[in-house]
Design a protein around this ligand. Structure first.
Ligand code: SF4
Length: 254
């Protein structure tokens, strides 16, 4: 039986990070429930939707199983990744409904169900509800342990939020935590990068992702880098050589 992973996108954020131009929106929370309901109905109706779009309907090739039949009857869904955006903003009942919709349509044996989360959105009750819904892994967008870098990047959380959130997840029973760091944030220095790496090691996460800062031209920071200005700390973005050095330090330390 083939293994299948499902990715669900939740395109909402509390604010827009200065470097980001992902297709995400800062919208009224009243739009969260209709979005989650629409995702559930697309999951339940995906066979018809694929058919209507003409996806995977190559019936002319002898012996070729239609893709949607394959999805429904042959593949085993073993992982789900709910990413964003900031999907931890959704009410846990919406996440539960999305996972229930997946379980109702696909053959599932979910060994890993990941939720992307920002540290300031973590609460004990929420985390317990995630576990009840079947979420067993959280991917944290930490990016840095240095408040000056977080503020300059437009992130909502601060260093203290990280230290509050991680134990809440552990206590709720989530034993698989992944942390993201970004090398190259504005105001990052060799010393502050090393601080973030050391503090991250202290939290003993199961997985780490290190990204190099990628500034979208259409983002606020991107525009400032091109046009000039001092509002988003474009002048304090490390050079590419510095970023490369930070990355290599990350490889050595981790
Ligand atoms: S939280 Fe992620 S998706 Fe949302 S604005 Fe920031 S970088 Fe972009």
């Amino acid at each position: 039986m083939k293994k299948l992973g499902i990715y669900v996108q939740v395109p909402f954020c509390q604010t827009k990070c200065t470097y980001c131009n992902f297709h995400t929106g800062v919208v009224s929370t009243s739009r969260f429930a209709p979005y989650a309901e629409a995702v559930c109905s697309e999951i339940r109706g995906h066979k018809e939707l694929l058919k209507a779009a003409g996806v995977g309907l190559n019936q002319d090739i002898a012996g070729f199983q239609t893709r949607q039949d394959s999805l429904l009857h042959k593949d085993l869904v073993d992982t789900v990744y709910i990413g964003g955006g900031t999907p931890s903003l959704l009410d846990p009942i919406h996440l539960q409904n999305i996972l229930d919709a997946i379980r109702s349509v696909f053959i599932t044996d979910l060994s890993e169900v990941t939720l992307e989360a920002d540290p300031e959105t973590i609460e004990g009750e929420k985390a317990a509800a995630w576990v009840r819904a079947g979420i067993n892994r959280v991917s944290f967008g930490l990016q840095s342990f240095v408040d000056r870098e977080l503020v300059a990047s437009g992130r909502m959380h601060r260093r203290a939020d990280i230290y509050m959130a991680a134990p809440i997840l552990r206590q709720a029973g989530i034993s698989n935590i992944s942390f993201d760091l970004i090398a190259g944030l504005p105001h990052q220095t060799r010393e502050s990068w090393r601080q973030s790496l050391d503090e991250l090691l202290g939290l003993a996460s199961e997985h780490v992702s290190v990204y190099m800062l990628e500034v979208d031209e259409g983002s606020r920071l991107g525009k400032e880098l091109i046009q000039g200005g001092g509002r988003y700390s474009a002048g304090a973005v490390p050079s590419e050589d510095e970023m490369a050095e930070f990355y290599e330090t990350g490889q050595e330390v981790l």
